[in-house]
Design a protein around this ligand. Structure first.
Ligand SMILES: Nc1ncnc2c1ncn2[C@@H]1O[C@H](COP(=O)(O)OP(=O)(O)OP(=O)(O)O)[C@@H](O)[C@H]1O
Ligand SMILES: [Mg+2]
Length: 228
């Protein structure tokens, strides 16, 4: 099996004044070349799971393997490198840098990985063009529509050609028809080497995945899978 991310007995409990167990001994393998949707009620742990997969947060227990290599959650500098090289992340709020143009937002992400400015700009332009937004390159986020901002955020997540794309309710703040457009873009990013996982509350968008997952009682249940 060509698994790109594996979870072994992953648990996450938040400790505030009382314990909040969110993820409970999850065992699951996400395969390369597949698209997964993740549904589940608000508070069921979708974002918590995605934050662990992106190594932004660490599990309370269990192992995370990326490319069959165990992640050491205390080694943040190595994990930062793995993240910038292999993982693209899109959030509900696109969090583009407000004082930078669309092009700058995308190319800065590329520059963080290789410090060749001209090459970074060239790569950013290509990916923005793929998103159909060449004419908006010089616009600041405040001069873009919600859907355009989100497509620029996707371009930024993709500029380093990550094998893993994680999206947490990427169209949660968009109207239905703009959301559909953005999802079409997202779904078309499937390649044979890439793993895409997105959390959504929308059944229609969830159905666009190869495999539909749901967070239930702190665990991942397969609702529908076309994956062999
Ligand atoms: N930093 C934190 N400290 C304490 N509790 C937290 C923290 N982050 C999340 N939680 C709790 O963990 C649970 C899961 O939250 P999470 O954000 O993963 O849910 P979700 O499935 O993404 O929900 P939504 O659909 O609303 O985005 C919630 O009960 C939440 O209150
Ligand atoms: Mg969430």
């Amino acid at each position: 099996m060509n698994s790109l991310i594996s979870l072994k007995n992953i648990s996450k409990t938040f400790l505030n004044d009382k314990k909040i167990p969110v993820l409970k001994k999850i065992n699951y393998s996400f395969l390369r070349g597949k698209v997964y949707s993740l549904m589940g009620p608000s508070g069921s742990g979708k974002s918590t799971l995605l934050n662990i997969l992106s190594m932004i947060d660490k599990p309370s227990k269990g192992l995370l393997l990326i490319d069959n290599k165990e992640i050491n959650f205390s080694n943040t500098s190595i994990n930062d490198k793995i993240r910038s090289k292999k993982i693209g992340i899109v959030y509900q709020q696109n969090n583009l840098l407000p004082d930078f143009t669309a092009l700058e937002n995308v190319y800065l992400s590329s520059l963080a990985l290789n410090d060749n400015k001209n090459k970074s700009i060239e790569k950013a332009k290509i990916i923005i063009n793929k998103m159909g937004l060449s004419s908006r390159e010089g616009h600041y986020p405040s001069e873009l529509s919600g859907g355009e901002m989100q497509r620029i955020a996707i371009a930024r997540a993709l500029v380093n050609e990550p094998d893993i794309l994680l999206a947490d309710e990427p169209t949660g703040s968009l109207d239905q028809s703009t959301a559909k457009e953005v999802f079409k873009v997202l779904r078309n990013l499937k390649t044979k080497n890439r793993l895409i996982i997105y959390a959504t509350h929308n059944r229609f968008f969830a159905n666009m995945a190869d495999c539909k997952l749901e967070m239930i009682d702190g665990n991942i249940k397969t609702i529908h899978g076309r994956i062999k």
